[in-house]
Design a protein around this ligand. Structure first.
Ligand code: NAD
Length: 258
């Protein structure tokens, strides 16, 4: 599909009309909220999912019912060959990638002394190595078109640390360092690279915490509530439209970490 055809699909002048976005882990939680906001603003959104085709299809359906354009593509982003196939498929179908949202993430919480090599490796593979794999596959396309927006979803835990989360914290802090370094390398080529650091957001990841732990967290948040997935999506949209912001980490955490 050409740029002109993509724009034609969005006759109403929306800010992201004609842009192709890929959201990793977009079938639920924060990723699904980002996918919906980008589609609402005119982007053609590719929702990557690992296992839950039903959830991914449900997000696509919701976007289409609201007049947006979307599709779902399966890929395990912790596997370089899977990622290669994902990006090749996107380029084959749409001819371009303008926006990459590295959102897929997992936790395998365990205090450090009990943490296994597998639990360390799995989290680093899914949360950090995946960002390298996806970005490596899209960067040449973005350089060729002299435009790109890369948003990496980090976490407050990457900034402040988290008990029982050395693996997760290392992966999320790694994302912040990768973001700044890549931003330096690509700033003159029309590409911005930023990260968003959510605090504690109302998703299945947080719902899985024991209730007393969750209540304790909420009591420490200056705004006295968990964040909403839409509030992360709005920060992502802002960064996509901001032409002079790169290498930054935007905190969306209700004031929990400043
Ligand atoms: P979630 O578990 O609801 O969503 C994570 C998504 O990533 C799921 O769709 C899952 O299928 C996908 N995923 C996991 N492994 C994958 C793989 N190998 N390949 C492709 N997709 C894969 O969690 P969420 O809360 O929506 O988290 C989204 C992102 O935000 C994550 O990176 C998470 O670390 C980060 N984050 C979340 C919170 C929070 O409070 N929920 C806070 C800070 C940061």
């Amino acid at each position: 599909m050409s740029q002109a055809e993509l724009t034609l699909f969005n006759p109403i002048n929306k800010p992201l009309a004609g842009k192709v976005a890929v959201v990793t882990g977009g079938s639920r939680g924060i990723g699904a909220a980002i996918a919906k906001v980008l589609a609402k603003n005119g982007a053609y959104v590719v929702i990557n999912y690992q296992l839950r085709m039903d959830c991914a299809k449900a997000v696509v359906k919701e976007i289409e019912e609201q007049g947006g354009f979307s599709c779902a593509i399966q890929s395990d982003v912790s596997k370089p060959n899977d990622v290669k196939n994902l990006i090749e498929e996107v380029i084959k179908r749409y001819g371009q990638i303008d926006i990459l949202i590295n959102n897929a993430g997992i936790t395998r919480d365990r205090t450090f002394r009990k943490l296994s090599n597998e639990e360390w490796g799995e989290v680093i593979d899914v949360n950090l190595n995946s960002v390298f794999y996806t970005t490596s596959e899209v960067i040449n396309h973005m350089l060729e078109q002299n435009y790109g927006r890369i948003i990496n979803i980090s976490s407050i835990i990457g900034q402040a640390g988290g008990f029982g989360q050395t693996n997760y914290a290392a992966s999320k802090a790694g994302i912040i360092g990768l973001t700044k370094s890549l931003a330096l390398e690509t700033a003159k080529n029309g590409i911005t690279v930023n990260s968003v650091c959510p605090g504690f957001i109302e998703t299945e990841m947080v719902e899985e915490m024991p209730e007393n732990v969750r209540e304790n967290i909420v009591s420490k948040i200056p705004m006295k509530r968990l964040g909403k997935t839409d509030e992360i999506a709005e920060a992502v949209l802002f960064l996509i439209q901001a032409n002079y912001i790169t290498g930054q980490s935007i905190n969306v955490n209700g004031g929990l970490y400043m």
